[in-house]
Design a protein around this ligand. Structure first.
Ligand SMILES: Nc1nc2c(ncn2[C@@H]2O[C@H](COP(=O)(O)OP(=O)(O)O)[C@@H](O)[C@H]2O)c(=O)[nH]1
Ligand SMILES: [Mg+2]
Length: 339
C-alpha cells in the first residue's frame, strides 16, 4: 500500500509544472508554448487541467495581438498569402503566430501541416510560430482549443495571430467569432464563385481579397474586384465606421500584401476609436462562455445514466415520427432533472 502510495506521489511529482509553463510562455519560449498547447489539447483530464491552469495564470497578459482570420476555398492561396504576409510583418519587426481550424483534419495532421511546405520560410523563422489544427472532435471543440491557443500566443508576446480556415461547414463563422479582422480570399474568376458563395460569409467579411492577381489572371482579378464591390454594396454594412474593401493581392509578385496590412491597421484604428473593437471582443468572450456552458451541459446530460438509457428509444421514436421532438425533449429533461 505504502509502495503504491509512493509511486503515486512520484507520478504526481512528475506532473507538468504550471509555473514552468507559465513562465516559459511568458518569456516567448516556443517549445514551452507548444507544450502548453499540447496540454490543453490532451484527452487526459489531469494534463488538460494543468493546461487550463497555465492559461488562467496567463489571462492578464492576453489581448495584445492583432487577431486576423483568413478563409477561402481550398486552393485559393490562403497558405501562400499567409506566408507572404507573415514574412512581411516579420520584416517590419513583428512576431507572428499562425493557427488553423480544420474540422475535417485527420488525426495524423491538419491541412496546414500538408501546407507546411508552402509556409517553409515562415515556419523556419524564429519570429514565427505555426500550429496546425487540433485534430478530432467537433468543430466547436476544435474552435475552443484554437481560441485558447490564440490567448496563449498573445501571452507569449506575438504581435499578430493569424487564424486560417478552410471554407467548409461553419468553420468561417467559428473563425470570425474569435478575430478582430476577418478576410475572405477569392479566386480571380468571380462569376461562379459569387453564385456559390454563402452570403453569410460575405456579411462577416471585413475585407475581400481577390488573390492571384498576377500574370494572365490580373485582368480577371480586376473584373472580379468590380463584381465583388457591387455585391458588397448591396449588403448592409456590419459596422458604422468600416466599409469592407475589396483588395487585389498576389503572393507571387508581393503586390497587395502591404496594402492588406494597411487595411487591417486602419480597421483597428477606427474600431478602437469608436469603441467597437472592445465591444466586439467582449461580445465574443460572452458568446464563448455560453458555448462552453452549453457544451458542458450537453455532456453532463448525455452522461446521465437514465438519460443515456432512454435516449436510443426516444431518438428512434422521433426519427420514425411516433413521438414529436418536443415531447421527447420534455421527457428526457424530466428524467435528467429527476435526480
Ligand atoms: N499565380 C499565383 N498562384 C498562387 C498565388 N497564391 C497561391 N498560388 C498557388 O495556388 C495554389 C494553392 O495555394 P495554397 O496556398 O496552398 O492554397 P490554400 O489551399 O488556400 O491554402 C498553389 O499552387 C500556389 O502556388 C498567387 O498569388 N498567384
Ligand atoms: Mg492552406
Amino acid at each position: 500500500m505504502s509502495r503504491a502510495g509512493g509511486a503515486g506521489a512520484a507520478s504526481r511529482a512528475a506532473a507538468p509544472s504550471v509555473e514552468l509553463h507559465r513562465d516559459g510562455v511568458r518569456a516567448g519560449d516556443r517549445r514551452l508554448l507548444a507544450k502548453t498547447i499540447t496540454l490543453l489539447e490532451s484527452r487526459r483530464a489531469d494534463l488538460a487541467a494543468v493546461g487550463q491552469a497555465v492559461l488562467e495564470a496567463l489571462a492578464p497578459h492576453t489581448g495584445g495581438a492583432f487577431r486576423v482570420g483568413i478563409t477561402g476555398t481550398p486552393g485559393v492561396g490562403k497558405s501562400t498569402f499567409i506566408e507572404a504576409l507573415g514574412l512581411h510583418l516579420i520584416d517590419a519587426g513583428m512576431r507572428v503566430a499562425v493557427l488553423a481550424i480544420d474540422p475535417s483534419s485527420p488525426r495524423s495532421g491538419g491541412s496546414i501541416l500538408g501546407d507546411k511546405t508552402r509556409m517553409e520560410k515562415l515556419s523556419q523563422h524564429a519570429a514565427a510560430f505555426i500550429r496546425p489544427s487540433p485534430s478530432g472532435g467537433s468543430l466547436g471543440g476544435v474552435a475552443h482549443r484554437t481560441r485558447e491557443t490564440l490567448l496563449l500566443c498573445e501571452a507569449a508576446g506575438f504581435d499578430v495571430v493569424i487564424v486560417e480556415t478552410v471554407g467548409v461547414g461553419q468553420s468561417e463563422v467559428a473563425v470570425a467569432s474569435m478575430v478582430d479582422f476577418f478576410a475572405v480570399l477569392l479566386q480571380p474568376g468571380a462569376g461562379d464563385e459569387l453564385q456559390g458563395m454563402k452570403k453569410g460569409v460575405l456579411e462577416l467579411a471585413d475585407a475581400l481579397v481577390v488573390n492571384k492577381a498576377d500574370g494572365e489572371q490580373l485582368e480577371a482579378a480586376r473584373r472580379a474586384r468590380t463584381a465583388y464591390r457591387h455585391a458588397l454594396g448591396m449588403l448592409r454594412p456590419g459596422s458604422p465606421s468600416w466599409r469592407p474593401p475589396v483588395l487585389l493581392a498576389s503572393a507571387v509578385t508581393g503586390e497587395g500584401i502591404a496594402g492588406f496590412w494597411n487595411a487591417v491597421r486602419e480597421h483597428r484604428a477606427r474600431l478602437a476609436e469608436s469603441g467597437e473593437l472592445a465591444a466586439r471582443r467582449s461580445e465574443q468572450a460572452r458568446a464563448w462562455m455560453w458555448s462552453l456552458v452549453g457544451e458542458a451541459l450537453q455532456a453532463s446530460f448525455r452522461a446521465h445514466p437514465e438519460v443515456a438509457a432512454a435516449l436510443p428509444g426516444l431518438e428512434a421514436q422521433v426519427g420514425a415520427g411516433r413521438a414529436t421532438p418536443g415531447a421527447a425533449a420534455r421527457r428526457l429533461l424530466e428524467i435528467y432533472r429527476r435526480s
